[in-house]
Design a protein around this ligand. Structure first.
Ligand SMILES: [Zn+2]
Length: 198
């Protein structure tokens, strides 16, 4: 189990103009909470455990060192100020069930269930390039006034981390059962830095 805190070091990610918080700090906080929620039931490795810059390609190389692991990359979103809600990206067929569970869990933890941004199949470096199941989570929008204040609340972040850990445990226990039909395999080439937004 590899938990990746998005951004870090000179790459702050998004900054909330409502709370002043930086995505890189919130993702680091979240991965520590997720690791602690998973407890001893999984061997959990943090891709970064402090405020350092790690190139996306190096994150992929790091993840591929663990042949039988899964990778969860934690992020927070930014966009128009009226958009809110969690969102989950995946690409690989073997990541669909896990992504479905994680999106459902984050949406259930959110006080505004209608704000579900859904499951998105997108070819990103961290969804296409690892050779293990991998999912990228956007835990909510730092650009939304209410949601960014919610994310600033450590109790809410703990709730989100607990929901994420629970989805990971369920996936480990019963696999893709009940997560719906699998998507078709796609064979597009690996994603590169020059590709669209990540
Ligand atoms: Zn991000």
């Amino acid at each position: 189990m590899i938990v990746d805190a998005g951004h870090g070091g000179r790459d702050a990610g998004a900054t909330s103009r409502h709370t002043g918080q930086k995505e890189k700090d919130l993702t680091l906080d979240m991965v520590k909470r997720i690791k602690s929620e998973l407890g001893g039931s999984f061997r959990t490795v943090l891709m970064r455990g402090n405020d350092t810059f790690v190139d996306l390609d190096d994150r992929v190389i790091g993840a591929n060192r663990f042949g039988d692991a899964i990778l969860i990359s934690m992020h927070f979103n930014s966009g128009p100020s009226n958009v809110r809600g969690p969102e989950t990206y995946y690409w690989r067929v073997d990541s669909h069930g896990l992504a479905t569970r994680l999106q459902h869990a984050m949406t259930a933890a959110s006080p505004v269930e209608s704000s579900n941004r859904g499951l998105v199949r997108r070819r990103l470096r961290l969804t296409r390039n690892p050779e293990i199941p991998c999912v990228l989570l956007e835990g909510g929008y730092l650009s939304h006034p209410e949601e960014s204040r919610l994310i600033a609340n450590s109790g809410y972040r703990q709730k989100l981390a607990s929901a994420i850990a629970s989805a990971i445990r369920t996936q480990a226990a019963i696999g893709d059962a009940g997560t719906g039909p699998l998507p078709s395999p796609l064979t597009e080439p690996p994603s590169r830095a020059s590709d669209a937004r990540e």
